[in-house]
Ligand binder design. Structure first.
Ligand SMILES: O=c1ccn([C@@H]2O[C@H](COP(=O)(O)OP(=O)(O)O)[C@@H](O)[C@H]2O)c(=O)[nH]1
Length: 323
């Protein structure tokens, strides 16, 4: 085997498990706010036994792929640049057996189908020209249900809670959507939940039936645009979006998904929590499904919940897990 590039050696600890065959896997997370690559290394003690994770390389670029809806080739270039990292990290002897997949999330769900398909098709071309293994359906959009379930499995697996009745619910706040997922224990919850918000699946010989709901457009960034009643066409005319959530004298600009939005406080001089609260309420009232059980259930919150909690000093920064 060719060794990984020297600067990546520390995160791909191949020597530790050199007696086992190293297996690589490459996953792209095409989020609304960025595209990320994860290059995983695993080893397997014997044929048929589970893969054990040895290390991971992570890199990301901004903006997200969905910002290139009108320039799909340029979007695919961002994927290509990240893929170069994988070519440096994975020994060439392993390229042909290293699977490559990309899952797009809410930014793509918001795009018109022809634009989303245009982007996915350019990414497929990049994948097919790479030396890696491209499984069938390797470039797809993850639906909100799968996104919620996968987050729930991840948190409960990593905290050792998958078995038994002590699972925790998950709150995931992305840029374009937000997901709430938990394992209902009350019959009343199951009775009052529409079927499309209940998902059953098998995992490690157990059957799980989860409540999961994804709110498209209520991720941090998209919800902000909704509160400001901001549209791309108006932003391009350089109009300012005004809100009582800002101090009256404030004027600023914000770039999201390749578009610059100018924003500012109201000329009526009014601002403050209550006015701001009612502006925010306007975009969520009638859209949220709330079941009583969540009031008494433990939840883990992450993604932008974590980022914003750190920014506002509600919690300290987690240096170990930030990697
Ligand atoms: O591996 C990752 C990928 C994303 N995020 C967080 O997820 C949020 C952004 O979500 P995304 O752009 O994926 O939005 P979505 O497409 O899910 O709405 C930000 O807080 C990121 O820091 C994270 O914590 N780990």
């Amino acid at each position: 085997d060719t060794d990984p590039a020297p600067d990546l050696r520390s995160v791909l600890p191949s020597e530790v498990n050199s007696k086992y065959n190293t297996i690589y896997g490459i996953v792209f997370d095409a989020g609304s706010t960025g595209t990320r690559i994860h290059i995983y290394t695993f080893h397997q003690r014997a044929a048929g036994s589970p893969l054990e994770l040895d290390g991971e390389i992570f890199e990301s670029v901004k903006p997200g792929l969905s910002a290139y809806a009108n320039q799909p080739e340029k979007g695919a270039d961002a994927v290509l640049s990240l893929l170069q990292l994988a070519q440096d990290a994975v020994p060439s002897s392993h390229w042909q057996k290293t699977p490559l997949i990309l899952k797009a999330t809410a930014g793509f769900r918001l795009l018109p189908v022809h634009q989303a398909e245009g982007l996915l098709s350019e990414v497929r071309k990049v994948f097919n020209s790479s030396p890696f293994l491209v499984p069938e359906n390797s470039v797809t959009i993850l639906d909100g249900t799968d996104e919620g379930i996968l987050a729930w499995i991840t948190v409960n697996f990593l905290t050792g809670r998958l078995h038994g009745d002590h699972s925790v619910g998950t709150l995931d706040l992305g840029g374009a959507s937000t997901q709430i997922t938990f394992l209902p224990l009350n019959k009343a919850t199951l009775d009052e939940t529409p079927q499309e918000s209940l998902a059953s699946f098998e995992l490690f010989n157990s059957t799980y039936r989860l409540y999961t709901r994804s709110y498209l457009g209520l991720g941090l960034k998209e919800a902000r645009l909704a509160v400001l009643e901001a549209s791309v066409s108006v932003a391009q005319q350089e109009q300012t979006f005004r809100s009582h959530c800002f101090p009256p004298a404030l004027n600023g600009s914000w770039v999201f998904s390749g578009v610059t939005y100018r924003y500012g406080g109201h000329s009526d001089g009014l601002t403050g929590f209550h006015l701001c609260y009612s502006e925010v309420q306007r975009i969520v009232v009638g859209k949220l499904h709330q079941v009583e059980e969540i009031r008494h259930s433990p939840f883990y919150a992450f993604s932008y919940y974590y980022d914003r909690a750190v920014d506002s000093s509600l919690i300290g920064e987690c240096h170990v897990c930030a990697a």
